[in-house]
Design a protein around this ligand. Structure first.
Ligand SMILES: *[C@@H]1O[C@H](CO)[C@@H](O)[C@H](O)[C@H]1NC(C)=O
Ligand SMILES: *[C@@H]1O[C@H](CO)[C@@H](O)[C@H](O)[C@H]1NC(C)=O
Ligand SMILES: *[C@@H]1O[C@H](CO)[C@@H](O)[C@H](O)[C@H]1NC(C)=O
Ligand SMILES: *[C@@H]1O[C@H](CO)[C@@H](O)[C@H](O)[C@H]1NC(C)=O
Ligand SMILES: *[C@@H]1O[C@H](CO)[C@@H](O)[C@H](O)[C@H]1NC(C)=O
Ligand SMILES: *[C@@H]1O[C@H](CO)[C@@H](O)[C@H](O)[C@H]1NC(C)=O
Length: 494
């Protein structure tokens, strides 16, 4: 009897294990809303377009305005007011990271029997070894730990230290395989390196050992603008040099995604792999990116800062070839992917929702609101921040404080349409929009709907009461790469 029961349990486990998909999460960096083919872009993205049109395009999808906040929320499933990372990005020499008591997505997937791999940009802390990807749920890691660097030399310069009394040589190599610095990648473009790594993980994966999770935060298409010349050739008609380079970088990334899908097909994995594609924030208009027709850009609480490109592809999706207008936020991937992996999130305090029924079946989103941000006034000797907050409830969005980067920026080569204003210079204030009716945030309704303003402000106050104190430590001179053999590595002991 017992034998029958355990045989039965074995069969059940084997069947459900087979149905659990491989997961590939591709996160593009600073990829603008206007810059994907299916958003009427002048940039060609045939591979991304094909995957998106075969799957579900997420057109009411939100990320955070900048890198670390989006990455920390994706990996922890929690708003940054709940992790202490509400002040901004983690600078290379700051002893900071997602708190170690936050369980990360790869840990849950590993627990569920996935093999887990991170390839690309980390940027959620590395000052002690226990913050490294390989200590936080990833079986393997290949990439760089800081927020940006040279695509080819893989050197991270001292750029951001001009205003800080740093001495020594702050240029160091930032490229790692697992926990070791690797120096032989110099001369190879990161989009090629990261794609090749993912292809080789797919090729060598043994399906009998369970599914895999690949987290691929590409360096593309963040500054610096660097790309092998061949990718720029199709764009010689683009006059603006930065836009031209950026378009080439997007094309290289698109080709990389194409290579990954080919590897899936040749390995027979294409019918049991789910691909999620997302940007981390709006495009940086000073570095070739564009978010037209949305207002604002990277760093701002306007839609151009955080209404993101996103889509999902995979044969486990029930209703494919769709556009979803359901409200989805980057924190939702954590419970959604853990659900698909057959795991559970019991015992965790998450801000995300399981969106699988929404994505797969077109069910209404369980999410009715998004806390976009609450950034407290924060002063120290290193940097100061002003207060700002943003919230979305249903169709309504409220911004208070300094939203940042407020203009509508047409793509290079296009001028502001006649009769429209493209300048949106503001400093601080309060704005209320119905973003469903007015996604371009042109008509401030705070005067017409004072009770709505009050309702959303109250909700911000509610969230603010749940906030933990921000962590934004001064940079640590001990991080200097010169002290560590010319490399960016954890500089504090466990
Ligand atoms: C760098 O070296 C490692 C180990 O020696 C090797 O596995 C890897 O393929 C090399 N990478 C390149 C780009 O040559
Ligand atoms: C895609 O694969 C082709 C053929 O192997 C290769 O030449 C190309 O460099 C790859 N592209 C990327 C972005 O890795
Ligand atoms: C995927 O395709 C392979 C080969 O065609 C087949 O053996 C397998 O059963 C399929 N799996 C699913 C989940 O459809
Ligand atoms: C949730 O997962 C944990 C392992 O992380 C397991 O111990 C627990 O039994 C699961 N709970 C449910 C309700 O499935
Ligand atoms: C923060 O710093 C700014 C600029 O130095 C200053 O104007 C402001 O009063 C400070 N705010 C607080 C709360 O200390
Ligand atoms: C600083 O370090 C980088 C990388 O190790 C090296 O290429 C550069 O020559 C160094 N500069 C100085 C002034 O020592």
């Amino acid at each position: 009897m017992r034998q029958v029961a355990s045989l039965f349990a074995f069969l059940v486990a084997a069947v459900s294990a087979n149905q659990r998909p491989n997961l590939i999460f591709i996160l593009a960096d600073d990829y603008g809303f206007h810059d994907i083919g299916y958003h009427d872009s002048e940039i060609d993205t045939p591979n991304l377009d094909r995957l998106a049109s075969e799957g579900v395009k997420l057109e009411n999808y939100y990320v955070q305005p900048i890198c670390t906040p989006t990455r920390s929320q994706l990996l922890s499933g929690r708003y940054q007011i709940h992790t202490g990372l509400q002040c901004g990005i983690i600078k290379p020499a700051q002893p900071n990271g997602i708190p170690l008591d936050d369980v990360l997505l790869p840990e849950k997937l590993k627990e569920a029997g996935y093999s887990t791999h991170a390839i690309g940009k980390w940027h959620v802390g590395f000052y002690k070894p226990e913050y490294l990807p390989t200590r936080r749920g990833f079986d393997s890691y290949y990439g760089y730990l800081t927020g940006s660097e040279d695509y080819i030399t893989h050197l991270r310069g001292p750029g951001e230290y001009g205003h800080w009394k740093a001495t020594g040589n702050w240029t160091g190599v930032d490229f790692h395989r697992n926990e070791e610095v690797t120096r032989n990648e110099s001369g190879y473009y990161s989009t090629h390196l990261f794609t090749k790594e993912v292809v080789s993980i797919i090729q060598s994966h043994d399906a009998a050992k369970g599914p895999f999770f690949v987290y691929l935060p590409y360096q593309a298409v963040h500054a610096p603008l660097e790309v092998p010349e061949s990718y720029v050739v199709p764009y010689m008609h683009i006059q603006d040099k930065k836009r031209r380079m950026y378009a080439g970088m997007v094309s290289a990334m698109d080709e990389g995604v194409g290579n990954i899908t080919k590897a899936l097909t040749s390995k027979g994995f294409s019918n049991n792999t789910l691909i999620v594609f997302s940007t981390d924030n709006g495009g940086q208009v000073y570095e070739g990116g564009n978010n037209w027709p949305l207002r604002g850009w990277k760093g701002s609480l306007w839609e151009g800062g955080m209404k993101g490109i996103g889509f999902v592809h995979g044969s486990i999706i029930k209703k494919t070839k769709r556009i979803s207008q359901e409200l989805i936020h980057v924190t939702d991937w954590f419970p959604t992917l853990v659900h698909l992996a057959g795991g559970n999130v019991s015992g965790l305090t998450l801000d995300g929702y399981n969106q699988w029924d929404t994505i797969s079946n077109g069910a209404p989103s369980p999410r009715t609101e998004i806390l976009h941000e609450i950034r407290p006034v924060y002063n120290n000797t290193y940097e100061s921040f002003s207060y700002r907050a943003g919230i979305r409830i249903g169709d309504w969005k409220l911004i208070v404080g300094d939203p940042g980067n407020s203009s509508w920026v047409p793509p290079p080569g296009m001028s502001c349409p006649a009769g429209e204003s493209c300048m949106g210079n503001v400093t601080t204030g309060t704005w209320l929009f119905n973003v469903t009716d007015d996604p371009e945030e042109r008509k401030d309704l705070k005067g017409a709907f004072p009770e709505k303003v009050k309702e959303l402000l109250d909700r911000i106050e509610y969230y603010n009461r749940t906030a933990v104190p921000p962590r934004y430590p001064d940079p640590d001179p001990m991080a200097c790469p010169q002290l560590h053999g010319g490399a960016w590595v954890p500089w504090q002991k466990e």
